[in-house]
Design a protein. Structure first.
Length: 196
């Protein structure tokens, strides 16, 4: 380089180095985002009882506004206009926060409420009951024991084989169809769907 001028050969070499640097930066960014996506997938797929409950700021990012409103603010959904009220597929209804299976399709029935309704949970130990006196009513609220997610309400129902009606809010659940249970890490729960 003489007199401050860049020759075409030097310009070509410089362009090559800049191009290589850009490719390396883009590749590193791609790998970083792939690892982040895999980490989030691992945190939201399947159920791991040792996985910590995500913080509320993480839940605000991970869940839809409606899901967050239901599970953390005790919200509800419009009857007959929610995702699972008339779902007839075989599978598991899992806590949208932890992925823990709480209800099966075998225990789902149509109570005419326009919300997913079950005769019983997988285990009563998975739920916490408390008295809710809001809206000038007295009812039994159900929450997931592990995540403290608001799930819905428990009522008496003579039409139910158990005499109880677990009226749930669709947004509190992630449905895992039976055909995806192995793929999604729920193969240990397949015996729950065997008809007795």
């Amino acid at each position: 380089m003489y007199g401050g001028r860049i020759t075409s050969e030097e310009r070509s070499t410089l362009s090559t180095y800049v191009g290589i640097a850009i490719v390396v930066i883009l590749a590193a960014a791609g790998i970083y985002f792939f690892i982040l996506a895999q980490k989030e997938k691992n945190e939201t797929t399947g159920f791991d009882p040792n996985r910590p409950i995500p913080a509320d700021d993480v839940l605000r990012h991970r869940l839809t506004a409606e899901q967050y409103h239901v599970v953390r603010e005790g919200g509800s959904q419009t009857p007959f206009q929610n995702e699972f009220w008339n779902n007839q597929r075989a599978g598991l209804y899992c806590d949208v926060i932890t992925g823990e299976p709480l209800f099966t399709s075998l225990d789902k029935y149509d109570a005419g409420l326009g919300v997913p309704t079950f005769t019983k949970p997988i285990s009563n130990d998975l739920l916490v009951q408390s008295i809710d006196t809001s809206h000038d009513m007295r009812r039994v609220e159900l929450r997931a024991k592990r995540s403290n997610a608001h799930l819905g309400y428990l009522f008496s129902d003579p039409k139910s084989p158990t005499g109880q009606q677990y009226a749930m809010v669709s947004a509190a659940f992630r449905f895992v169809p039976q055909e995806r249970m192995k793929q999604d890490g729920y193969d240990a729960f397949l015996p729950l769907l065997e008809k007795k």
